[in-house]
Design a protein around this ligand. Structure first.
Ligand SMILES: *Cc1c(COP(=O)(O)O)cnc(C)c1O
Length: 396
């Protein structure tokens, strides 16, 4: 009996990938084992985060790192670190920061619902630039000088959302902004694979980079990584960790927290609501090692055979749809099956699949083009034929 069904919640076939709404990425057996073992002993979380910091730093080529509650938690903590540093009064005041610089500059075209995590720390976003290609009004996108032109004495930092085609390039933005002595925090939540991005994004000189732990890394879906400059990670850790100790007894974890900058022990900071457990920390670090070693690549061949099987069944069923298997050149990326629905409404097919038994969730990003996408990441071998059958039924 499924533990979920026991609660009255019906498990689904997830053909949508590691989306948060459906429960994140599949955790490998090694990661689950690490979680299980991690639950059987106790360690001071500050020391554990200090060890995590070393590992994340080594895997990302940065000075320090922190395990966070998702990339979203990493963005809130990173913003809090930039806003407050080691200033005890500011740490206590967040998210109220009228008294000190708290504006973050962001390209208008990079705004999304995820930047709520930045604003949650107290930052106020100042938008620059346009994407005149998307608005069909011109040929240019945001340019680096626009960031520089917007800097005032109220500016605390710059937010940059990384995508393969982000414009302007991150290196250019970092260079321009560093001339003004301001830090850049990068949302790179979904920018893995390629695993080279673990290092290359921070190698631009960006001060802080946030990754999801529960997407391609395949750690617990509630985890994330923040990495970058030691001083900022120190502040982020201080504002996240539980601070219920005596100053006289506190021995700040070496390499993580720089207590020489502190005249007292701060109370719980804004990040206290973003805690991660020892089990989650161990699990995501295990997943990070697996991801970085390339251990997941071999599975992409199996994924391909699953999608070929689905495509074959849909094609021989003589339904009003055509299949297109997208096989990326990069062996780190898994294939995706696109199903172009011909006569019926793709939204309706998608809804019928969700309402069926078992419920099936397919990728819904391109329904407006009449395309259902099948992402194999969260499928299980025995679900492939069920998925193919249900697609044929709903497409007929
Ligand atoms: C997924 C995502 C996030 C949030 O990541 P979590 O790990 O779920 O908190 C933030 N920004 C972008 C661009 C994302 O794709």
């Amino acid at each position: 009996m499924s533990v979920y069904r026991e609660l009255g919640v019906e498990p689904i076939i997830n053909a949508c990938g590691s989306v948060t709404r459906l429960g994140g990425a599949p955790m490998p057996a090694e990661v689950l084992e690490a979680f299980h073992q991690g639950a059987q002993e106790w360690v001071p979380l500050e020391q554990l985060q200090a060890a995590a910091s070393k590992k994340i730093a080594a895997q990302t080529g940065t000075e320090a790192g922190l395990v966070t509650s998702g990339a979203a938690g990493a963005l809130t903590l990173g913003t809090a670190a930039i806003l407050a540093g080691h200033n005890l009064r500011r740490i206590e005041q967040l998210p109220h920061c009228d008294e000190f610089p708290h504006e973050f500059i962001i390209a208008r075209e990079q705004r999304s619902g995820y930047d709520h995590a930045i604003r949650a720390a107290g930052a106020r976003l100042v938008e620059v630039g346009f994407n005149e290609i998307v608005s069909n009004a011109g040929v240019r996108r945001t340019e680096a000088w626009e960031y520089a032109a917007a800097i005032t004495e109220r500016t605390a930092g710059i937010v940059y959302v990384h995508a393969a085609d982000s414009a302007p390039g991150l290196s250019e933005v970092v260079q321009v902004v560093h001339e003004h002595g301001l830090p850049v925090i990068v949302d790179a939540a979904g920018e893995l694979p390629p695993r080279e991005n673990l290092r290359e994004i921070a190698a631009t000189g960006a001060d802080l980079v946030a990754f999801s732990g529960g997407k391609a890394i395949r750690g617990p879906q509630s985890t994330g990584l923040l990495c970058g400059k030691r001083n900022l990670i120190s502040s982020a850790a201080l504002q996240m960790l539980d601070m219920d100790d005596h100053y006289e007894l506190w021995s700040p974890a070496e390499g993580l927290i720089d207590a020489t900058q502190l005249k007292g022990l701060p109370r719980h900071g804004i990040g206290r609501a973003l805690k991660v457990s020892k089990e989650e920390i161990i699990a995501v670090l295990t997943a990070l090692d697996l991801f970085a070693s390339g251990a997941y690549d071999a599975q992409n061949l199996e994924y391909r055979s699953w999608l070929e099987k689905v495509a074959e069944e849909v094609e021989i069923a003589d339904v009003r749809a055509s299949c297109y298997l997208v096989i990326p050149e990069d062996p780190q990326r898994w294939p995706i099956l696109e199903i172009q629905v011909e006569d019926s409404d793709a939204f309706k097919v998608c809804r019928k699949l969700r309402e069926g038994k078992p419920p099936i969730y397919v990728g819904h990003a391109r329904l407006h083009e009449g395309i259902l996408t099948i992402n194999p990441l969260c499928l299980q071998a025995e679900q492939v034929s069920v998925l193919a059958r249900r697609l044929c039924e709903e497409l007929t």
